[in-house]
Design a binder for this molecule. Structure first.
Ligand SMILES: *Cc1c(COP(=O)(O)O)cnc(C)c1O
Length: 349
């Protein structure tokens, strides 16, 4: 039974007796040991942290449950966020669970169907602005300065604290931190949260070591790699289409303190990794999530990693969030008349 992150990691979270015990039984996601891809890539010990198994299908639930619980504790009646999709899905679901109003501001036309469907069905009010995610974030920041509405983007420190529970779970599962953690980087809240989490667990004596963090941005949306904001970020991986990450400085610190790297992967490399995960491991993740594996392949090719490490790739969200993309890439699909012989011959049996 998953107790949910607030109950499970209470002592590591900013909760008090007055924090409501909100949960959709998030967390406790599978850490899947790789078989085929580990062999293909020549990695001794490789795992995938499958965050698509969270209640709304992404890691955002870990932080959102804490942020919404703290918003209730603070007496707020509404929450608001800017979103590339998954934050709004999580905000809408946890607000519904708690009986709060949810407002989401999204860049028009840039949200995957499944994520928009989630926010709609949970009853959020959605404003689609003709602009980028960065514009949307700027708008909600100003709105929360003017009105008593809780901001639940990852600049909310409770989001980061909740998301750190993924690091605790990995250590609990492996008995120690891995050598390397690979993950996609968008607004950079998650890399910040993992680093905070690993450090805190280490300080508490729960882990002997600290991992190196390898973060990957999409090449068309790689401000941290380029060292300057990207005014018009472009990538098929919509969840990381962000040109000016809110947690930029903290991500750089996580990289440097952990002796890690933040690098870019192309859309082609992301799509290839997305397909490899689905066809070789049975793991259907989002395009953005596949940046972790695309990045690992790059790190091995360039010799930044040798393959003798114990490596965890974070798969941040579920592939079903964006079925249009999956269908668009295609696969083996043939038509046949409803006759055994016709199907048999088509299949070459
Ligand atoms: C939010 C999100 C990311 C990026 O995480 P940041 O904390 O913004 O860096 C990556 N993948 C998925 C599926 C996401 O929802």
């Amino acid at each position: 039974m998953r107790p949910g992150v607030i109950a499970k990691y209470r002592e590591f979270l900013p909760v008090t007796e007055r924090t409501p015990p909100l949960t959709l039984n998030e967390g406790d996601t599978p850490l899947v040991r790789s078989r085929r891809l580990a062999e293909l890539l020549g990695v001794r010990e490789l795992y995938f942290k499958y965050e698509g198994a969270n209640p709304t299908g992404s890691f955002k639930d870990r932080g959102m449950v804490v942020a919404v619980a703290k918003a209730i504790e603070a007496g707020r009646r509404a929450v608001i966020c800017a979103s590339t999709g998954n934050t709004s899905a999580a905000a809408a679901a946890y607000a519904a669970r708690a009986g709060l109003e949810a407002i989401v501001v999204v860049p028009a036309g840039k949200i995957a169907t499944g994520k928009l469907a989630q926010a709609l069905v949970h009853g959020a009010r959605i404003v689609a602005v003709e602009g980028s995610f960065d514009d949307a974030l700027c708008i909600v920041r100003t709105l929360t300065e003017r009105h008593p509405i809780a901001l639940v983007n990852s600049i909310n420190p409770h989001r980061i604290e909740g998301q750190a529970t993924a690091a605790y779970e990995i250590v609990d599962a492996l008995g120690d931190a891995p050598d390397v953690l690979c993950l996609p980087v968008g607004n950079a809240g998650n890399i910040t949260a993992y680093w905070e989490g690993f450090k805190r667990y280490h300080r508490a004596g729960r882990a002997r070591r600290l991992p190196r963090l390898f973060g990957f941005q999409a090449a068309g949306a790689a401000p941290i790699v380029l060292g300057k904001p990207v005014p018009n970020p472009q990538t098929v991986a919509t969840a990381i289409r962000i040109g000016n990450p809110a947690s930029w400085q903290r991500a750089v610190r996580a990289r440097d303190e952990s002796d890690g790297r933040i690098e870019a992967v192309t859309d082609e490399e992301i799509v290839e990794a997305y397909r490899l995960l689905a066809t070789h491991e049975g793991l259907f993740c989002e395009l953005a999530s596949a940046a972790s594996l695309a990045g690992l392949r790059k790190a091995l090719e360039h010799g930044w990693l040798s393959g003798s490490e114990r490596i965890v790739c974070v798969l941040t969200g579920h592939g079903l969030k964006d079925p249009d993309t999956a269908v668009q890439f295609g696969g083996w699909l043939q038509k046949a008349p409803p006759e055994v012989e016709a199907v048999e011959s088509l299949l070459g049996l």
